[in-house]
Each structure stands twice: as C-alpha cells, then as structure tokens.
Write a protein that binds this ligand. Structure first.
Ligand SMILES: Nc1ncnc2c1ncn2[C@@H]1O[C@H](COP(=O)(O)OP(=O)(O)OP(=O)(O)O)[C@@H](O)[C@H]1O
Ligand SMILES: [Mg+2]
Length: 426
C-alpha cells in the first residue's frame, strides 16, 4: 500500500514526540483544546499502519464513554487520513480492526479491569496504550494493575511498548504529577510534556476567544484550562473532598439523599446535584450530576423525568422563581425554592466544611469545581473569607440541596423571633 502522510501538516510540532520518541511513557498534560485527543487519534492510526506488530488498548475511566469519544474520533481521523477503507469499525463493541493484518484497536474502561487482563490479540502484541482523560483515573493502584497487562516479548526486533496519557491537570495533588512530572519522584523512561491552545493551529477564533475570556473571568481556572498548568490547592474553599469510588447501595443505607438545582443558560450551565448525607459519620457522597448550558425549562423537565426525579424533593435556586413555577406546573411537584438569608452562602459552606465530601469519579464537573472553587484575595493579596463567585454552579446546587438539613435549627430560632415579636415567646 502506498501512503504518503505529511505529518508536519497533520499535527503541530508539539506532538512530534508522539511519532519519534520510543519512551516507555509519554504524558501530555494540556489546556482545553490543545489538540491532544486529535494528535493521539492520528498516532493510533499511524502506528497501526506503519508497525505490523502494534495493537492498541484505548483506556478511559468508564468503558461506556469510549464509543462517543475515542472511538468516534479515531474513525473520523482515519477518514481524514484517507485510510478508513482499510479498517473495520465495529461501533457496538466498540472495536476497530485493520483489515490487511487483523491488528486491533481495543477500547476498555478502568471500571472493568477483568476485561483488560483477559485481552489476547491475534497478531503482533498489545504494546500500545492510550489513556484518555487520565485525570479521571483516581486510583494509582488500579492503574498499575492495568499497566501490568502490557508485558511480554515483542517478536519484532524494532518493537517497543508505549503508554500515552492525555489529560487536563485539574489539581496538583493528582498522582499523575508525582509519577510522571516531578523530578524527584517520577518513574524512569517518561517524557512529560505540556501543550496549550497555542499549540493547536486548527482552533477557530470563537473557541480561542472563549479561552481568553476565561483568563479574565476566572484566572485560577484559566491556569489549568487555558495554560495547561497544574491547578493549585492553595486558597481552595474545600480541602475536605476526595474523588473516589464508593458502593452506593452501602452508602445509602445510613444516609439522607439530597437534591439541588442551580439554573443557568447561555454562559452558565444548569447544574443538578444528587448526594447522600450521613449526619452521624459526617460524610457527604456526591453521586450524580447534570451540567449543561443552553437548557430550556422543557429540557430540564425532560432530564429530571428521564432520570427518575419527577417525584423527588428538589431545592432550587430562589433567584429563579419563574423557572421553579414552570417546572412545578409541568409536573415536578416537589420542587422548592431555596431560602435566601443574609450569609446563607457562608452558612452553607461552613456546614459543608464539617463533612468529608466523597465525589464519584463519574461526576467530573463536580470534581472540577471542588478543585477550583477558591477564596478571594484583598488588594494586598491576602486571602479573605469570601469565595470567588465563579464556576460554582454544581457547588451551589449541592448547597441548595443540603439546605433542608442545615435550616431546621435556624428556622426554629427564626420562628422564636416571630413569636417574640407577637409577644408570645419568652
Ligand atoms: N491535528 C488536527 N487536525 C485537525 N483539527 C484538529 C487537530 N487538532 C485539533 N484539531 C481541532 O481542534 C479541536 C480541539 O482539539 P482536541 O479535541 O484534540 O483538544 P484536546 O487537547 O483534546 O482538548 P481537551 O483538553 O478539551 O480534551 C478539535 O475538535 C479539532 O476541531
Ligand atoms: Mg481531548
């Protein structure tokens, strides 16, 4: 087969190492839209077609997210590279086969480790791995088990193993930093790189405009999303959270479910939070989220119904009386408005700070917000006890949801006040 790919035209030079390096590990942290996923899809196809011994494992945190992301992207890129006719795309598995040789591109999730250890390929070796959105892999140990499936002798004398990680570096506390980026602690034979939107010549002006706007609007978040730097923990409102897997059935036995809704539209997302609160052990378990811009009342209603929340008690943002009334009229019977009292934000935050907050890894937006919701600074650069009111939509939704658990005491004293005014109390 005659193929003439002009790689420098197809990918930016920031991704050249993907096509020349033999490092055992290449770790790409990067800003939003820096071209990581696209470059990796090109690399997947390139290695299959040019190296007959290569089979790929494409790994994400959850197996069922591959079809709509990595699989679709690789298919699109194979088309662009003019070779899709040589591949068989099986979307239902999903799986991709290179027809001339039978080499495979396999898709798996860290949620199903057994489906990885049992992989065997017909030709060549399983010697390439792409870990997409690696930030979502919260457990280093779980990852190590998966990595162990990539071993054995490669028949091809030129052959080598390689794993590539791509991710947005939301927090400096992630194991990826110690393992691949920090000089003192990083493993051998790793190439650790950073890319930003400036490394992606294929972005449109609109997208770049939004990134630059984010720099102005929320510099802390922009550090990660625009500059591709590690998110810093200093000044975070919540230090008491962990992103981890938990057994929901077990958790729900002793916990109270809470539901909150924060409304947004074009710029801000509409956010829904579902969590379980254990008042005895002081744990909050976050296990479901909605996070989406451009939702009309009807869309919110549909989402709530489809996901089984039609008859759930939901506390919603009191600034949006009309939306609440509309949702109630449509049939969300038990939606209530949050109370707005002086200091209610800090009151809610204080309450949440008294718990350990566990976030299920599938709640990616919740995790992002907890990793970037920070206190403000005064003009001298000192932290002040007031959070920056930005990118806190999920957290607001959760706060509303928690309100019935926070308010009882307050209500009682409020009621006492009322009694006093009426001359009825002591
Ligand atoms: N090599 C390329 N050829 C053509 N278009 C590209 C290429 N690289 C990037 N793009 C364009 O830029 C967009 C952003 O690139 P990509 O999705 O790869 O970024 P990313 O770094 O994976 O972003 P995120 O961190 O948000 O996942 C793509 O949707 C595509 O339109
Ligand atoms: Mg990507």
């Amino acid at each position: 087969m005659e193929i003439s790919w002009n790689l420098p035209e197809m990918v930016s030079s920031a991704y050249a190492p993907l096509f020349v390096s033999h490092s055992r590990i290449i770790a790409y942290k990067g800003s939003r839209g820096s071209g990581k996923s696209e470059a990796m899809a090109i690399k997947v196809i390139y290695d299959i077609v040019t190296k007959p011994y290569v089979n790929w494992l494409v790994l994400r945190r959850y197996a069922n997210t591959n079809r709509q992301s990595t699989f679709t992207l690789i298919q699109k890129v194979a088309n662009r590279m003019g070779v899709s006719g040589f591949f068989q795309f099986n979307a239902s598995l999903p799986e991709i086969t290179y027809k001339p040789t039978g080499q495979k591109i396999l898709f798996r999730g860290a949620d199903k480790p057994l489906s990885i250890t049992s992989i065997s390929v017909e030709t060549g070796n399983l010697c390439r791995q792409w870990v997409e959105e690696a930030y979502q892999l919260e457990s280093e140990e779980a990852y190590e088990t998966i990595e162990e499936s990539m071993r054995g002798v490669i028949d091809d004398p030129e052959g080598f193993y390689q794993t590539i990680f791509t991710f947005n570096p939301w927090s400096e506390r992630h194991w990826l930093k110690k393992r691949f980026f920090d000089e003192k602690t990083k493993v051998d034979d790793v190439l650790a790189l950073t890319t930003t939107y400036k490394d992606n010549p294929f972005l449109d002006e609109d997208y770049i405009g939004r990134l630059i706007e984010l720099k102005r609007r929320n510099p802390r978040r922009a550090k990660v999303a625009v500059d591709g730097e590690w998110g810093v923990a200093e000044g975070l409102v919540f230090e008491n959270f962990v992103v981890e897997n938990f057994d929901l059935t077990e958790v729900l036995k002793d916990a109270i479910p809470v539901h909150g809704l924060d409304f947004g539209f074009s710029h801000d997302p509409t956010a829904f939070a579902e969590a379980a609160v254990n008042l005895k052990t002081k744990d909050i378990y976050i296990f479901n989220e909605l996070y989406k811009t451009g939702m009309f009342t009807k869309d919110i209603f549909n989402w709530l119904v489809v996901n089984g929340y039609q008859n759930t008690t939901i506390t919603a943002d009191c600034a949006e009386d009309r939306l609440i009334a509309e949702l109630r009229a449509l049939g969300i019977r038990r939606i209530n408005r949050s109370k707005k009292g002086k200091g209610s934000i800090m009151y809610g935050i204080d309450f949440m700070q008294g718990f350990t907050i566990h976030i299920l890894p599938s709640c990616v937006h919740a995790a992002e917000e907890f990793n970037s919701y920070a206190f403000s600074k005064d003009k001298d650069g000192n932290w002040i006890n007031k959070p920056v009111d930005k990118d806190n939509h999920f957290i607001d939704a959760l706060r509303y949801g928690l309100e019935p658990l926070i308010m009882p005491n307050k209500n009682k004293s409020d009621r006492m006040e009322e009694f006093k005014k009426l001359g009825l109390g002591r």
